[in-house]
Design a protein around this ligand. Structure first.
Ligand SMILES: O=C(O)CCC(=O)C(=O)O
Length: 388
């Protein structure tokens, strides 16, 4: 959508969000930046990261190539925004996908299903779903498995969707391997000592979107926000400090890593659309492609069995997983005692929404996409109202 078509003073972000969310007719993607094509766009510049930050040995511990080999880019007009085009070793994405589906939804982590399901039914979503997902598709519309009803998981300091805050009183151990992954990526981007303290995993179906928001609930904004994507592709919109600033659209593919830091840490952003990954991209339907079981050299990553991989492939054939990792507190800092109003809630941060056409779950919030994207006021709704 040409920026010249926007009127001054209007909510340009909302207009462009709706443009890319539109189903009929589908949007024109010609202006969407594709970092996998390198510096094809004149807004994209190669970025030199700290080549010594992630060695071959350190990287392989978490499935990363050495940082000297990464394709990292900056984007004109967005200082502090870093896009790393799939820095993972061939096969290593499968480990992270399995973690996101099998391990991270487990207790004591928190997920959307906990809000309205009996605890005995949210104990092990993988075990409840694996057989159905392993079975060949029956052709007719099948009821969704609980894994397919997962919309978000929180890790570490658990984000409270109602108060839009983190608290010292609701914290569980942050997964060590994800901490290490985040630490290595952050180091390469110039943030040594990044301490992953909170994670929000978003699980998108093909018709999901994530509304326009700013991540500002963390108490220290000098630390970057890291984002890891797996599975189907998406359109990601990165805007400005105000809704009037027109966002830039970019494709995010499986394996891509985004870093929002410095002046880009508090920018509006959103995901208006999930897009089927192009053939040959490392997603579920690429069969024995690059997202297959990890190779021997990533020995620190527990291998993904064929059986588990079948489940992941079936899940990913229509889904995208995004893991954001955040440092909540500055180095050596604690939560203020007692908590004060100084905590700034995320504006409009809500988990991914599905389009109102998919009315599978009676208790799902059928908020229209426009509602999800248009309001700039803080939402006070119950988390369960906007979840599965
Ligand atoms: O799914 C994405 O790429 C974006 C996720 C996001 O914006 C968030 O969790 O704050």
């Amino acid at each position: 959508m040409a920026t010249s078509m926007l009127e001054s003073g209007e909510d340009a972000f909302k207009k462009i969000f709706k443009f890319y969310k539109r189903r009929n007719p589908p949007p024109d993607y010609s202006e969407v930046i594709d970092f996998s094509k390198g510096t094809q766009s004149d807004k994209v510049f190669p970025l030199k990261l700290d080549s010594a930050a992630v060695s071959a040995v350190d990287g392989s511990m978490v499935g990363l190539r050495p940082s000297v080999e990464w394709s990292a880019y900056s984007l004109q007009g967005f200082p502090g925004f870093i896009f790393i085009s799939d820095p993972f070793l061939g096969g290593a994405q499968s480990f992270w996908v399995r973690q996101a589906l099998k391990s991270y939804p487990q207790k004591p982590n928190v997920c959307n299903l906990d809000l309205h399901m009996d605890p005995s039914h949210t104990q092990d979503l993988w075990a409840q779903s694996a057989d159905s997902l392993r079975a060949p598709p029956a052709g007719k519309r099948e009821p969704k498995t609980v894994l397919e009803r997962l919309r978000w998981v929180t890790l570490g300091y658990h984000y409270n969707w109602e108060t839009k805050t983190y608290s010292a009183h609701h914290v569980t151990p942050f997964p060590a391997e994800l901490h290490l992954l985040a630490n290595q990526v952050a180091s390469a981007c110039g943030f040594p000592g990044f301490n992953a303290q909170a994670g929000i995993l978003n699980y998108y179906r093909s018709d999901s979107s994530l509304g326009i928001h700013v991540d500002q609930s963390e108490l220290d904004h000098s630390r970057p926000l890291l984002s890891f994507s797996f599975g189907q592709s998406a359109i990601f919109l990165l805007g400005g400090l105000q809704r009037q600033d027109p966002p830039t659209a970019m494709f995010v593919h499986s394996g891509d890593v985004m870093v929002m830091s410095g002046p880009s840490r508090l920018l509006y952003h959103a995901v208006p659309r999930i897009i089927a990954a192009a053939p040959g991209r490392p997603t579920a339907d690429s069969g024995g492609g690059p997202l297959g079981p990890p190779p021997e050299y990533s020995s620190a990553l527990e291998p993904v069995s064929e059986q588990d991989w079948t489940v992941c492939c079936r899940y990913l054939s229509g889904s995208r997983i995004n893991m954001t990792v955040r440092q909540v507190l500055g180095p050596g800092k604690n939560f203020p005692e007692p908590p004060t109003e100084e905590v700034h809630p995320d504006q409009d941060y809500n988990p991914p929404q599905e389009s109102p056409t998919e009315q599978v779950h009676p208790d799902q919030d059928h908020q229209s996409p426009q509602d999800g994207a248009s309001s700039n006021k803080k939402r006070k709704q119950e988390p369960s109202a906007c979840l599965d």
